[in-house]
Design a protein around this ligand. Sequence first.
Ligand code: BJW
Length: 257
Amino acid sequence: MNGIRYSIPMHLHTVNSIVILTGAGISAESGLSTFRAENGLWCNHPIEDVATPEGFARNPVLVQQFYNQRRAQLLSVEPNAAHHALAQLAEGFKGSLLLVTQNVDNLHERAYRQRRANANFRFVHMHGELAKVRCTETEMVYDWTEDITAQTLCPCCREIGTLRPHIVWFGEMPLEMPVIYEALRKCDLFISIGTSGNVYPAAGFVAEARASGRAHTVEINLEPSQTHSLFHETRHGKATELVPKFVEELLSNRNKG
Ligand code: BJW
């Protein structure tokens, strides 16, 4: 499906503060499955088994295997044109920019590392990161590229069985929420990319951004999300096509201002 709805004119040259929310759809064209598609990540893995603390307590080996496979898969995929376009935006936009991703992959930062840093660019993995693990005893977080098995020793407490994926499961508090809400309250542009709008609190960010009465809100997704009617503007199609086009418009309009 391809379609564009503009309900108010864009005055992007006046934009000073942007919040971008991304979801699994932005990484789909890199070869990472989304969650809720017919052949998605949860098609062979019930959510309550692999994405809840209760599932982990019941069967830690199964859950570690699920995340071990996905951690290993990260090594064989690359950022796509949509990740690169957002890195280009971070480089070229001179205002304040917060990129909040629900994704646990590291494709945004890999695209971003190839470019010069923007001092005003901030980055949040609100649902955690595949390439990190956490000790359940000390809450210490470690960079991790290997599998976790029943024999893996925790670096801090030297015990087995204390490491878990650094992932936010259902019923757990997403990360860095105060930072996110503060940016949503102040932003004048909120862009949601590649997310179905099924999972809260992320699905509520569009309403939070609109509460100030100042923010223009844009959805970019393959199809209308659960919350599409809350956005001022929707663009439906592939992220690798629509995100570079949107970034180009944003940067060229701002340069005119
Ligand atoms: C493309 C594309 C292409 C494809 N181009 N687009 C009742 C009401 C309200 C809330 C609740 C409720 N009951 C329970 C809750 C809370 C619960 C929740 O939301 N449940 C819902 C199921 C209702 N939420 C929580 O428990 C969260 N914690 C919480 O709420 O704490 C309390 C709190 C309250 C207030 C403030 C703060 C805190 C925690 C949620 C944790 C979610 N974790 C997961 C799993 C991570 C582990 C893992 O990776 O395995 O995170 S769930 C899963 O869904 C993952 C994702 O980040 C998240 C969102 O999925 P996403 O990214 O939207 O993927 P899809 O597959 O759904 O959609 C992809 C989209 O892309 C589709 O639309 C495609 O069309 C599109 N697309 N190709 C562009 N090429």
